[in-house]
Structures are given as C-alpha cells and as structure tokens.
Design a protein around this ligand. Structure first.
Ligand code: FES
Length: 124
C-alpha cells in the first residue's frame, strides 16, 4: 500500500476506483480520488470486520477531510470513524454520526462491490 493511501493509477480520476482486496485487510483503509457529482473528490474505503464501506472524505460538520493522519480513519478501539478536526464519530457501516458535532448527519456514501479479488468503488 502506498504511504499516503492515495491511488495514482489510471482509474484514479474516473467515477470508479478499484484495488486488490489484499491491500485493505481488516481495520485498514485506502484513499483515492473519484468523480462524484461532477467534481473530483477524495474518497476512502475501510475494511470494518471484513466488510467494505466507502465514503467521500468530507466531514459533514465543517467539511474537512476526516483522517486524523493520512489514511487513518478509525478511533482508538476501531469501532468508529473519527474526524481529526473536532472529533466527530461516525459508524463505519452506515456513515451515521455517532457522537460529536456532526449533529446526527451522515457521511456521503460511495458504492462498494467485491468482484473477484478486487474491491470496486463507484460514485453515482
Ligand atoms: S470538521 Fe469534523 S468534527 Fe468538525
């Protein structure tokens, strides 16, 4: 996995991104760029208990990226995604605010499929 978690392959600037499953083991994540609502945004995918969930990397509180360190999204006990700016907590499997200043909102989801040995994220 690249140190920053940023993908730099040919798929990086389209409305689809994919990576081998082996690159994102449980408790890990990857970041990428993707076309979403006609804008190039940063997205991320997490492996939470063996299932994959992807979101736009945009905290709904004040709009900053979530990761508290590059490509680090989970809190200490790995039960929640945590925003590094003011500490909002989000449920990894739904993107719903679970505490902090995100005020009951939800992260913007991206679609995830596992196809063969690859994770495929699409923005619709
Ligand atoms: S910007 Fe994420 S908690 Fe404030």
């Amino acid at each position: 996995m690249k140190p920053t978690g940023i993908a730099d392959d040919a798929m990086a600037h389209h409305s689809m991104w994919s990576a081998p499953i082996s690159e994102i083991p449980p408790g890990c994540s990857a970041k990428f760029h993707i076309l979403w609502r006609e804008r190039l945004v940063e997205g991320f995918v997490v492996n939470f208990d063996g299932r994959y969930y992807a979101y736009v990397n945009y905290c709904i509180h004040a709009g900053t990226p979530l990761d508290w360190w590059p490509n680090e999204f989970f809190n200490e006990d790995s039960r929640f995604l945590v925003c590094g700016t003011h500490g909002s907590l989000y449920e990894p499997d739904s993107g719903k605010c679970a505490g902090g200043p995100c005020g009951g909102g939800t992260l913007f989801p991206l679609q995830v499929q596992v196809t063969g040995d690859r994770i495929v994220v699409t923005a619709t």
